[in-house]
Design a protein around this ligand. Structure first.
Ligand code: 13P
Length: 290
């Protein structure tokens, strides 16, 4: 494990801890340059009404303007709001689902299938979020079933991975990500990997205000890319977008996005505030400024 860096850096709760800012050079790889940034919001069990959802989605869409970064933008929203949110954003961003079941039809009360989602125009779906793993008991095998079904349907999947606080403290971030990547992506062929994004979301950073320092996040993202290279090949690993999630805010996004292996953000709480999420979508490229 090459995580000596982890022992050097404490968990932080404010942007002041980002200083001094270690700037990494972006990879020379042309494929790296081809990784289009991806800013996404995960609304979870919010907001409480369709009216609020439509207003929030419209305000977020309005924050995308001609001078915004050239990034993909997506909102993962509760099923019942998907179509209304799609209408509200008018194609300015993608509206995805927060989950799907591996089964296609039958006696699965309360479930939503990939074909149902596809039929209303959904392309992107989350899988493997830690809240689904912990609260709803979704296993790596079940998550793999979701991923495979989405691939079979020609859809795209944002596979969330990440270690718990105690695993982090035991320096197991890389090992946990390796298991979750290998099990989550089992049976996914290299040819489908352009429809997979990875979201590294350390559980200790979700909803806690403890953003991983850019150095920690960068180190784990680079490790995830090494794992993907071992599972597939370097070219595939260099082309897969790996997003960071966990208490991303307008204050932390710029420096996170400046890390060479961080290709985007998956944002929870701040995606429920259109001005905050608008600022995250319009992140400033620290690299271009210098
Ligand atoms: P927060 O941004 O609220 O920490 O949530 C992150 C997350 O879980 C996104 O999927």
């Amino acid at each position: 494990m090459k995580f000596q860096i982890l022992s050097l850096i404490a968990l932080v709760g404010s942007t002041s801890a980002f200083a001094p800012f270690v700037r990494f050079e972006r990879s020379q790889s042309a494929l790296c340059a081809a990784r289009k940034p991806f800013i996404s919001g995960n609304w979870k069990l919010n907001p409480q009404t369709k009216e609020e959802a439509v207003q929030l989605a419209s305000e977020i869409a309005a924050s995308i303007n001609p001078s915004s970064p050239d990034a993909d933008v997506a909102l993962f929203v509760p099923y019942v709001f998907i179509e209304a949110a799609m209408e509200a954003v008018g194609g300015k961003l993608q509206v995805g689902a927060e989950g799907v079941v591996p089964e296609m039809k039958g006696a699965f009360t309360g479930a939503v299938s990939a074909s149902m989602l596809k039929s209303v125009g959904v392309q992107w779906t989350l899988a493997g979020h830690s809240e689904r793993r912990v609260i709803f008991g979704e296993t790596d095998e079940y998550i793999n079933g979701q991923v495979l079904k989405l691939m079979e349907m020609g859809m795209s999947c944002m596979l969330c991975i990440g270690e718990s606080e105690s695993e982090f403290e035991q320096n197991l971030a890389g090992a946990v990500c390796a298991v979750q990547l290998k099990k989550g992506l089992a049976g996914v062929p290299k040819e489908s990997m352009d429809r997979i994004c990875i979201a590294y979301e350390p559980v200790w950073a979700i909803g806690t205000g403890k953003v991983a320092t850019p150095e920690i996040a960068q180190a784990v993202h680079a490790e995830c890319r090494r794992i993907l290279a071992a599972m597939y090949d370097q070219e595939t690993a260099d082309s897969v977008r790996i997003l960071y999630g966990g208490s991303v805010t307008p204050e932390s996004v710029d420096v996170l996005m400046a890390q060479p292996d961080i290709d985007g953000a998956l944002v929870g709480g701040a995606s429920l505030d259109s001005s905050k999420f608008g600022r995250i979508i319009n992140y400033e490229s620290v690299l271009e400024k210098v």
